[in-house]
Design a protein. Structure first.
Length: 250
């Protein structure tokens, strides 16, 4: 067993009489891509929201880097080392790639006493922004307006913005959605390059990509986990085949 960076224990989220997440436990290990799969409405995005602090669990707990953060809001968890991307683009389209990354880096390195300083004069945040963009494959697009990037490059920029906050855990919600084959290959290569220093949770519907990149899979149906294990184990699980994969991945 490697180093566990993020752990959810018996997480439950109720919305009135509806149980969106039902006693889900999950562990994210440094050096692994852990894919979370399931049909629409299975509770995947709700689980990510519980792990990231978008809203609190009805029951259960979340540990980040060995510390109970169940009561921490999302910004505090982000500053403690947790980064996430969303299903929809959350970039600033009128800003350049560098400016988007710099804003993310500033959120990590807040200096309330220096509100009067020109942001461009902060060498630390600029260096972090440039490094994050380079790691995400955008070193040659620093001065491009973000809104004019291709769809795949916008998704890369979202990950670059995560990296600019110096996370140890990455929660990525459908980063491959809407991508063509070439863009998908580029994103998979990016994720493979990032996993050595991070624990990555990947929510994704592209099953071919999932089985190529994931070291471990957790499968959810109706808010509950029905299987968790290696890709080979999940492929052969009869409950998973019946509920989700069908014959094409048996």
């Amino acid at each position: 067993m490697g180093e566990i960076l993020l752990r959810g224990r018996e997480l439950t989220r109720r919305w009135g009489g509806v149980v969106a997440v039902d006693r889900v436990s999950i562990e994210l290990e440094r050096g692994q891509v852990h894919a979370l799969i399931g049909t629409n409405g299975a509770g995947k995005s709700t689980l990510i929201n519980l792990l990231s602090g978008e809203f609190p669990p009805s029951a259960g707990s979340v540990e980040l880097l060995g510390q109970d953060v169940s009561a921490w809001p999302q910004p505090r968890r982000a500053r403690a080392g947790l980064g996430r991307s969303y299903q929809r683009n959350t970039i600033f389209p009128s800003f350049t790639v560098l400016e988007n990354c710099r804003l993310a880096a500033q959120a990590r390195r807040q200096r309330a006493w220096a509100w009067w300083r020109d942001a461009n004069a902060c060498t630390d945040t600029l260096a972090a922004a440039r490094e994050a963009a380079a790691r995400a494959g955008l070193a040659d697009q620093l001065q491009y307006q973000a809104g004019l990037l291709s769809h795949g490059q916008k998704r890369q920029l979202e990950i670059a913005m995560c990296l600019a906050t110096a996370p140890q855990v990455l929660l990525l919600d459908e980063p491959l959605a809407g991508m063509g084959a070439e863009e998908t290959e580029r994103m998979l290569a990016l994720l493979a390059g990032l996993k050595a220093g991070h624990a990555i949770l990947l929510v994704e519907h592209d099953m071919d990509a999932v089985f190529r990149i994931a070291d471990r899979l957790t499968v959810m149906v109706n808010g509950a986990v029905i299987a968790s294990g290696s890709p080979g184990e999940v492929r052969l699980n009869a409950d998973v085949q019946a509920a989700y994969l069908g014959g094409g991945h048996g």
